[in-house]
Design a protein around this ligand. Structure first.
Ligand SMILES: [Zn+2]
Ligand SMILES: [Zn+2]
Length: 311
């Protein structure tokens, strides 16, 4: 029986001590939303093939076929952290997801999305060989509200020696859970959510759901079902399945016209975590309650969001 949220309820995150107030509401319909990403062709887009010199030293990696590069990785030219600075140590790279200036990731063919994921994996492998790097964040900002400044489809990699406090806390809580319950918390959560109304997608390899205490409207977590700790461990079936699920979900988000961020959850020194991708759409505006109390109000219950994605 569907349990529709009729009264507001406070929900706690699976592991972290974070709380969300889920208020009764319904999924927004595409026509209710009017944020548009404006695609303009600028003469000097730095990610268009004609403006990239393939021999330039800022190119660090690529996946190519006989037509040239298909996915490209370059050094970020304005990095906040660098490998020659011990006071802000790390490296930043940009992944150009397609040669086409005007296609969003959601509109690329699954095979092309898979290539993007494979380049995340390859960069993760290369960067984690550096013993000083402890944390590698592969992420994407799409749309103006998500902080994207260039329309040409791209994602970024931020690698540093510091494990962010919230990630560190989550690793500790996951470890305590494993000791107590003899199972990885996320393996457990996936099983439960695949039986819940928050389920969005499932096949043999991938599971996606709207998290119980979603902080953002239409938030989605996509997991590889097998207990693998980072993207470099995915096999061919898992890459293909993950690309399929990601495309399906991004197309639904695209129909809502929402800006979004996504992040891969992976920490280099912890081999016993569970890899996943978090999509956080940037539709809700955090105001007094959120900024003052840290409590988040979400008026699109995850059950309603999941229903929208499943339809
Ligand atoms: Zn371009
Ligand atoms: Zn697991």
């Amino acid at each position: 029986m569907p349990t529709v949220v009729k009264k507001s309820e406070i929900r706690k995150s699976y592991l972290l001590d974070k709380y969300v107030i889920i208020t009764p509401g319904r999924a927004l319909r595409p026509r209710d939303i009017n944020e548009h990403t404006i695609i303009e062709r600028t003469a000097k887009c730095p990610f268009c093939p004609e403006n990239i010199n393939p021999a330039a030293e800022k190119i660090v990696d690529e996946i190519k076929d006989r037509h040239g590069w298909q996915v490209l990785c370059m050094k970020n030219i304005y990095p906040a952290v660098t490998l020659d600075n011990d006071r802000a140590y790390g490296t930043q790279e940009v992944i150009v997801e397609t040669r086409s200036h005007s296609k969003e990731l959601a509109n690329l063919e699954e095979g092309q999305i898979e290539k993007v994921l494979r380049l995340y994996a390859r960069r993760t492998e290369v960067l984690s060989a550096n013993e000083k790097i402890n944390y590698i964040l592969c992420f994407k900002n799409q749309g103006s509200k998500a902080g994207a400044s260039i329309v040409h489809a791209h994602s970024q990699i931020f690698a540093t020696d510091i494990i962010p406090p919230e990630v560190h806390e989550e690793l500790g809580l996951a470890q305590s859970y494993r000791i107590k319950h003899k199972i990885c918390p996320y393996c457990d959560i996936i099983k439960q959510e695949m039986k819940s109304e928050r389920k969005i997608y499932e096949d043999d390899f991938t599971a996606a759901f709207a998290p119980y205490a979603s902080e953002y409207h239409y938030e989605v977590w996509i997991f590889i079902k097998r207990h693998v700790d980072n993207i470099t461990r995915l096999n061919a079936d898992e890459f293909a399945s993950f690309a399929h699920a990601l495309k399906k979900i991004l197309l639904k988000l695209h129909a809502l016209g929402m800006s979004f961020n996504y992040f891969l959850h992976q920490v280099v020194p912890d081999r016993d975590q569970h890899f996943y991708l978090k999509i956080q759409p940037r539709d809700s505006i955090w105001a007094g309650v959120e900024l003052g109390s840290g409590l988040v109000i979400n008026s699109v219950p995850p059950e309603a969001a999941a229903k929208y994605y499943r339809e």
